[in-house]
Design a protein around this ligand. Sequence first.
Ligand code: ISJ
Length: 282
Amino acid sequence: MGIKRPITIGRIDYANAWPLFHQFEEHASINSYEVISRVPSVLNRMLHNGELDVSAISSFSYGQNANDYVLLPQLSVGSVGDVNSILLFLKEPIERKRPERIAVTTTSATSINLLKMIMMMRFECTPEYVSAEPVLDSMLETTDAALIIGDPAIQASWKNHGLHVIDLGRLWNEWTGLGMTYAVVAARKQVADAAPEAIQAVYEALIASKQYNKTHLEPLITIACKQLGGDSKYWDRYFHSLQYDFGSKLQEGLRLYFRYAKQLGLLSHDVELTFFEDQSAQ
Ligand SMILES: C=C(O[C@@H]1C=C(C(=O)O)C=C[C@H]1O)C(=O)O
């Protein structure tokens, strides 16, 4: 039993995940671990390849690999309504003209598929999607619209570029009445079976970090202003609009998302949410 090497943990390299990971080190009781900070698409690949043992990943990537993963309970990045950092920038309002070609950031999995769903089911169109680095101006050189997530989306939203902006979290909520879960924390099933105590230690540290940050947002707001720009009012509202607990409303939204993904052929199979068993509850 156990693993005889440092446990590898993936951290999303965007402000949206800070409330889960900031102070992780201070709360970690394991002595041998490594935290690797990357954009979601890279973490998705690394967990899939076994380069990571446990990671925050796109919820869509969990759906693709649900047989090999377990979810850590009460940990997610979601919203019921505005998410503020998953944004579609359009040259023309969508009510007037459906986009024919959309540039989508290379960093996402959940939001790209959420966008495809919204286009097909809500706006009844099937644009061409081209993958691109998340730089608004260059994305829009040859397209009608651009999807950006995370910090670059926030920074693009501050610019006065005269574009029309759709917040995908708000649109999903208005359309379905539900919340949406963009990121989950998953462990490789193989590792959770072989070393449940190591995964339990990571789980407990993330929960402790999340609880601490909930009542100590000030340091995160200060770092965000310094590193990413904006003012404290913006970041206070941003962190409060995101939901980190993976509650039943957020799970319900994700289940519907997976059902739609299957229906549209974006996923090849049905997805069940399978959770890691909290070892302290036994
Ligand atoms: C809220 C966000 O949620 C995220 C969106 C993801 C995706 O689209 O795959 C993955 C992880 C999160 O970073 C965001 O990026 O702004």
